[in-house]
Design a protein around this ligand. Structure first.
Ligand SMILES: *[C@@H]1O[C@H](CO)[C@@H](O)[C@H](O)[C@H]1NC(C)=O
Length: 363
């Protein structure tokens, strides 16, 4: 079974973000107001207000000791986790989700995009096999690909999106409100400091996709990892800023807004890029974010708990540029022992394979 692949982000996203983040911290040092967000935190410190509706968790399956889909879904329900992302159309998970009301973001694996782009009947067959038979599943989004970085493969995304939408309509599923999009790595955006200067690194790739998403009302899905930015530049990025703790305040001279977390700054740079592309109506859904609890000096239980709990408490309020709930999928539900790459890749889980918490979190 495939899923989120390897440790690529640690290398590429970290490096790509380094320049921007270095600039960000020079600004941060100049204007620091330590108590800035304590009032906000108190507002929903238990995570049981609006924020809970904005939080989903990614259900990666690259392990040989993970619970059954039925048990996984039980754990989501017991914890009050309202949405799930899966990286392939896993029919046993779809059956377990049926009737639960848990919202679902489901990926079309990268290796299937070419066929969907060139052959409308391939997209139609997929819809018939994995969407139509599951009227009890609360599909929210279909992600055509995750972090597709190959330039030739990227060209197939837009036609695949179109063919998939056509297939959903032809199957009579318009009424389900399923939005079709693609999940991008954060470094499709460049010039991310200040956030208001964010632009797409490759307009030819992104502008037509953003324009299409605006016509369909689908959000852009983006994987946003302050962790990788932080480990790429620990001398300039402050841990409190990367883990959504109070202490660092950055004013963006371009839009006049004030930032207290790298997460918000990263998301708002995506919004700036969407505006630059002429598509301010496209929303952002954070399709992955997380912090590993072991495997590097920054990957500690304490940092992972701090980041993830603050995130849960935070996303219901959105970002300075887009206040209001920001739908966010945490990566990931379980520690996955068969993931390759850096040691941290096997320690992103909120839970151990035996369903015990990797550390305490309140959803
Ligand atoms: C998706 O790709 C996999 C791997 O190449 C293949 O086995 C499968 O048949 C493809 N599915 C569809 C619906 O094209």
């Amino acid at each position: 079974m495939n899923g989120r692949v390897g440790s690529k982000m640690a290398n590429r996203q970290g490096l790509a973000s380094m320049f921007a983040v270095t600039a960000l911290l020079f600004a941060a040092v100049a204007t620091t107001f330590p108590a800035e967000c304590s009032a906000h935190r108190a507002a929903d410190a238990r995570g049981h207000t609006k924020g809970v509706h904005s939080i989903g968790v990614c259900n990666g399956v690259i392990g040989n000791n993970l619970p059954s889909p039925a048990d996984v879904v039980k754990l989501y329900r017991a914890k009050g986790i309202g949405a799930m992302r899966i990286y392939a159309p896993e029919t046993n998970v779809l059956r377990a989700l049926s009737g639960t009301g848990i919202g679902l973001l489901m990926d079309v694996p990268n290796e299937n995009i070419t066929a969907f782009a060139s052959t409308p009947s391939a997209a139609a067959a997929w819809v018939k096999a994995y969407v139509q038979p599951y009227p009890g599943v609360s599909f929210r989004y279909i992600a055509v690909g995750n972090e597709v970085m190959d330039v030739d493969a990227q060209k197939n995304i837009l036609p695949a999106l179109k063919n998939l939408n056509t297939a959903l309509s032809a199957a009579g599923l318009d009424g389900r409100g399923i939005k079709v999009s693609t999940a991008l790595r954060f470094d499709v955006v460049t010039d991310t400091f200040p956030p208001s200067s964010g632009v797409f690194a490759d307009d030819d790739f992104m502008d037509p996709i953003a324009e299409y998403l605006e016509t369909t009302g689908a959000p852009l899905l983006a994987n946003v990892y302050p962790y990788f930015a932080y480990v790429g530049d620990t001398t300039d990025i402050r841990l409190d800023y990367a883990t959504l703790q109070p202490g660092t305040t950055v004013t963006d001279d371009g839009n006049g807004l004030t930032y207290t977390s790298l997460f918000d700054a990263m998301v708002d740079s995506i919004y700036a890029a969407l505006e630059d592309a002429g598509t301010p109506g496209v929303k952002v859904v954070v399709s992955e974010t997380g912090w590993p609890s072991s495997g590097s000096s920054a990957a500690t239980v304490q940092n992972a708990r701090t980041y993830n709990q603050n995130l849960i408490n935070h996303v219901g309020r959105g970002t300075p540029k887009r206040p209001g709930p920001l739908e966010t999928y945490m990566f990931a539900m379980f520690n996955e022992n068969l993931k390759t790459g850096d040691e941290t890749e096997r320690h992103f889980g909120l839970f151990n394979p035996d369903k015990s918490p990797a550390y305490t979190l309140s959803f």
